[in-house]
Design a protein around this ligand. Structure first.
Ligand SMILES: Cc1cc2nc3c(=O)[nH]c(=O)nc-3n(C[C@H](O)[C@H](O)[C@H](O)COP(=O)(O)OP(=O)(O)OC[C@H]3O[C@@H](n4cnc5c(N)ncnc54)[C@H](O)[C@@H]3O)c2cc1C
Length: 305
């Protein structure tokens, strides 16, 4: 192994969490590498992000550019910026970690920060992909206000679906929740709030088969025969974390890395995780960056230690 590929910290992922971590690591003069397939993260596809604090409006692409340029301000002896996909992480006998990319580059590090985020579980229905960002959306808090005064549906039966419905009810004309079963994964208190909201109707045992539209969504079919006229379809059927390449950490059933929320420490000494790949309850850009900063503060003390 060449000495150049040995670090005190390797950060995997270049979304808001990874970018924040890289900036903080460089400023703390930790010899680090950030390795990512790309910069920007999941909201890169958004036309208008309205809650990135300090910027009332920013497109996902501009956010990605600003994260990349902020990281690259510090690129040099102290911070190596590597484009690549991590294929495997293993722990060595001396407690360091080896990070192998799909192109067989191997990095070794004392501390590891995982920020590889997640991908939304996609709706499996005819035309769902065709109308993505044309009425089918995967983020109520991001895209909701665009559907002001319109009839919309939320697909899902968990907290994300029910909380999204409550948010949307504040400005949409009507909100229908389409739930696959007759049971809810959402907390009782949230279900209760939804049930008391006159604008929201819950439809159980509803499986969406097809999205309809022309340029934009104008309806959907569920249970093969029932049609609904709606302009917005909010899909909240869960997320899949990008954590398959690391197998020695404790994860929840979905695969999110379990962390201590005070420090972002994972279950193995020397590993931290931040952002959407963790079992944190809320997933937003600002939260991902905050988590990453927390991790950096914690691992900096550990490295000194
Ligand atoms: C459509 C959409 C719109 C959204 N809009 C908003 C919004 O308006 N406001 C808001 O606050 N939040 C929004 N969110 C949520 C927000 O995007 C996420 O909470 C945030 O991106 C999480 O950041 P992260 O850094 O944890 O992970 P991610 O953003 O998922 O970034 C992960 C990074 O890791 C890289 N990566 C993944 N696997 C590997 C690997 N094996 N090797 C190397 N690199 C890897 C990815 O390429 C990516 O760069 C939106 C989400 C979606 C899906």
């Amino acid at each position: 192994m060449s000495h150049e590929n040995t670090y005190n910290l390797v950060i995997i992922g270049g979304g808001p969490a990874g970018a924040a971590a890289a900036v903080y690591a460089a400023r703390k003069k930790i010899k680090s590498a950030i390795i990512t397939t790309d910069f920007g993260g999941q909201s890169i596809v958004s036309d208008d992000i309205q809650n990135w604090i300090g910027t009332p409006h920013i497109s996902g692409i501009d956010l990605a550019k600003s994260l990349e340029s902020h990281v690259k301000e510090y690129q040099g002896d102290i911070l190596n910026v590597i484009k690549g996909r991590v294929a495997q992480v293993t722990q060595n006998e001396d407690k360091t970690f080896s990070i192998k990319t799909s192109k067989d580059l191997v990095l070794t590090t004392k501390a590891l920060l995982i920020t590889t985020g997640s991908v939304r579980r996609k709706l499996d229905a005819v035309n769902a992909d065709k109308f993505e960002h044309k009425g089918v959306t995967y983020c109520a808090s991001c895209d909701g206000p665009v559907f002001s005064g319109k009839d919309v549906v939320v697909i899902g039966g968990g907290n994300a679906a029910f909380e999204s419905a409550l948010q949307l009810a504040a400005y949409c004309k009507s909100v229908k929740i389409l739930n696959r079963t007759d049971k809810y994964k959402a907390d009782e208190i949230t279900v209760d709030k939804v049930s008391k909201n006159a604008k929201i109707q819950i439809i159980n045992d509803a499986i969406v088969n097809e999205i309809h539209g022309d340029q934009f969504v104008n309806g959907l079919t569920y249970n093969n025969t029932i049609k609904l006229d709606v302009e917005g379809v909010f899909v909240e059927i869960g997320q899949m974390p990008n954590t398959d390449y690391v197998t020695f950490l404790e994860k929840n059933l979905v695969g999110n890395i379990i962390v201590d929320p005070r420090t972002q420490k994972a279950s193995v000494e020397g590993v931290w995780a931040a952002g959407d790949c963790t079992d944190g309850l809320y997933h937003q850009n600002n939260i991902a960056t905050g988590d990453a900063v927390k991790a950096l503060e914690s691992l900096y003390i550990w490295l000194q230690g």
